[in-house]
Design a protein around this ligand. Structure first.
Ligand code: ATR
Length: 282
């Protein structure tokens, strides 16, 4: 769709940013809802992040997404941090407020919970133990979201145990750090297993984990979406577990940003998934 001189402009700030699927996904919604707006990739090196974000209101942007490697640095640059972003310690989305100030938010955890609730009976995890593999930025936003959803204890398992211990101390709450070697045993009575590591991603080694102890009603999610069905998801599906893939989190985390910038709560549909998957070459 062509845009007018009044078009609302948003974008995604990253370095590099050319791999990002966000322009494709927001572009789909802008077209679909016939909105006078645009969403563009903004390649900004770390040294220029402060200047670039400060320029957003001056250039008339309504906001932006923030991606790797800027999510933590953006926290210190925005004028106001919303409580979720503060707890997660990272910003993935900025709204330019009426007065030209920048509000930093984080919608990754929201996207995760929404993606699970679209594909599974999410209530099975309330008050129940859950298991998270990995201790990077993605794990952090997922843990905070799961705590807000009131799951039971969180078993956090990472190859580098110290990193998991540090994260557990920083986030607080009921988190048990379990060693990588004990990952199979940790699945007993766990109602959710999430892989947030890079294992299983195209070009990376596969995630080796024995699922025998995992209850059959436990939800299994992999935040990897290339390939869409990782070996973990294939194995879980084969034994009868409900599974959700990583594309859902990417699509759902984008909704609050689009709604704030373009005044329309967009829908995640099969057509959108197909559009983004085609772009991703998956
Ligand atoms: P993000 O911030 O995107 O979640 P990250 O910080 O790069 O990603 O973290 C990647 C995760 O994959 C980490 O938990 C990492 O474990 P370490 O903290 O020990 O590095 C995990 N990971 C990567 N390669 C791994 C491997 N070969 N075996 C086990 N875990 C691995």
């Amino acid at each position: 769709m062509s845009i007018s001189g009044k078009a609302r402009i948003a974008g995604i700030v990253g370095w590099p940013v050319d791999h990002s699927l966000s322009p494709c996904l927001h572009g789909y919604w802008l077209d679909h809802y016939q909105i006078d707006g645009s969403y563009i990739p903004l390649a900004v090196p770390p040294a220029d992040l402060r200047d670039a974000l400060s320029a957003l209101p001056k250039l008339g942007f309504v906001g932006a997404n923030i991606t790797v490697p800027h999510k933590e640095a953006a926290l210190d640059i925005v004028d106001r941090v919303d409580p979720d972003a503060g707890r997660i310690g990272a910003v993935n989305m900025i709204v330019v407020l009426e007065d030209g100030s920048l509000e930093g938010r984080n919608t990754d955890g929201y996207g995760f919970i929404e993606s699970l609730s679209f594909g599974t009976r999410l209530r099975v995890i309330k008050d129940k133990p859950v298991t998270i593999l990995g201790a990077g930025g993605a794990a952090r936003s997922i843990i905070v979201a799961l705590q807000d959803y009131a799951v039971g204890s969180i078993r956090l398992i990472n190859r580098t145990k110290e990193r998991a211990e540090r994260m557990s101390e920083e986030i607080g709450g009921d988190i048990d750090v379990v060693s990588w070697a004990q990952r199979a045993e940790a699945l007993a009575d766990s109602m959710l297993l999430v892989n947030t590591t890079t294992l299983g991603m195209s070009g990376q080694p596969s995630l080796e984990i024995e699922l025998n102890d995992l209850p059959l009603s436990a939800i299994v999610n992999d935040i990897v979406y290339s390939p869409l069905e990782t070996d973990l998801l294939a194995a879980a599906r084969k034994r009868g577990n409900p599974v959700t893939d990583g594309l859902g989190m990417l699509l759902h985390q984008a909704r609050p940003g689009f709604a704030a910038w373009f005044d329309r709560d967009p829908e995640v549909t099969e057509a959108l998934r197909a559009h983004v998957l085609k772009k991703a070459g998956v």
